[in-house]
Write a protein that binds this ligand. Sequence first.
Ligand SMILES: Nc1ncnc2c1ncn2[C@@H]1O[C@H](COP(=O)(O)OP(=O)(O)O)[C@@H](O)[C@H]1O
Ligand code: SF4
Ligand SMILES: [Mg+2]
Length: 343
Amino acid sequence: MENKKPILEVRNVKKYFPITGGFIRHNVGDVKAVDGVSFDLYPGETLGIVGESGCGKSTLARAILGLYEGVEGSVKYKGKELVGMDKDERRKLSTDLQMIFQDPYSSLNPRMTAGQIVAEPLSNNGLYKDKEDMREKVINTIEECGLAGYHATRYPHEFSGGQRQRIGIARSLVLNPKIVICDEAVSALDVSIQAQIINLLMNLQDERGLSYIFISHDLSVVEHISTRVGVMYLGNFVEMGSKEKLYENPLHPYTQALLSAAPVADPSAVVERQILEGDLPSPANPPKGCKFHTRCPYAQEKCVKDAPQLLDIGENHSVACHYVNNLKPRTLKSSTNEVTIKE
Ligand SMILES: Nc1ncnc2c1ncn2[C@@H]1O[C@H](COP(=O)(O)OP(=O)(O)O)[C@@H](O)[C@H]1O
Ligand code: SF4
Ligand SMILES: [Mg+2]
């Protein structure tokens, strides 16, 4: 992966939402939804992003797609800077970066047929020669997404949840994007349907050579589809690495706690549970220093003052913790003896 050039380079991206208050409304602070995020996305890979609700995942996705004003930092697509790009130029590139949303119920217009829904981005962007070309593109994409051509004349309420998400995927893919950001794309679906949609996304990735950013609060969903995974906490990545590194040898205390709360595949090995103390602090008033210090069992004085950087500790594994060298691998307790997971 390292010898390939990244398709997307994100550097120190910040998106703050101003909080207004007072009699004469003025800015009284900021919600630091995304607070200095950097990563690369490589062609054909899936970068999973996990973290609790409110940690800034959707804001990061929308900032990358250029859906906000006032984004700081740099987002380069194939070497071209997107932040602050002129609107017309940005519009031309926007077909290359698409998003698939969570809720297939509310994101589809109930008054349009599936065919019209999938055709709309083509007509909005003038990306068809004539009616026949449009029809062909729409039907081909609908079929590629596992629906039948005759479904094109039906309305959203005539479909199941999984089928509606297939229409949502077809609507994004009809523009032939290179990068697709899936934001909780399967979270509203039943577990069995989730697996079908994930398999569809993985097949589409193979056929089209897509790069995915796959966002979910659900660690098991992310594990299945991702090549690499990043863990977010209060607007920053605290750990990032290959899927294997992250799930088998999580080092950041927050990742360890998240994983210990998730069900394990091997029922004979019960992960020592680490309960996180305290509530998730507000991103409007995040703790100083390491934002995790209020809940971290290993916090020291330094953690209260200085914010740790996300540092590469080798083998493409990065961790943001001052005491990364002292952090223990997660322990698994089997019924008879204690096993420490090592590489
Ligand atoms: N448009 C907005 N205005 C003000 N605050 C926002 C806005 N969008 C998101 N936020 C806040 O930013 C933080 C991150 O939200 P979000 O990116 O939606 O998190 P996630 O997708 O991880 O659940 C939350 O505290 C949320 O309330
Ligand atoms: S820097 Fe300190 S508070 Fe933050 S994760 Fe590491 S030990 Fe915990
Ligand atoms: Mg979200």
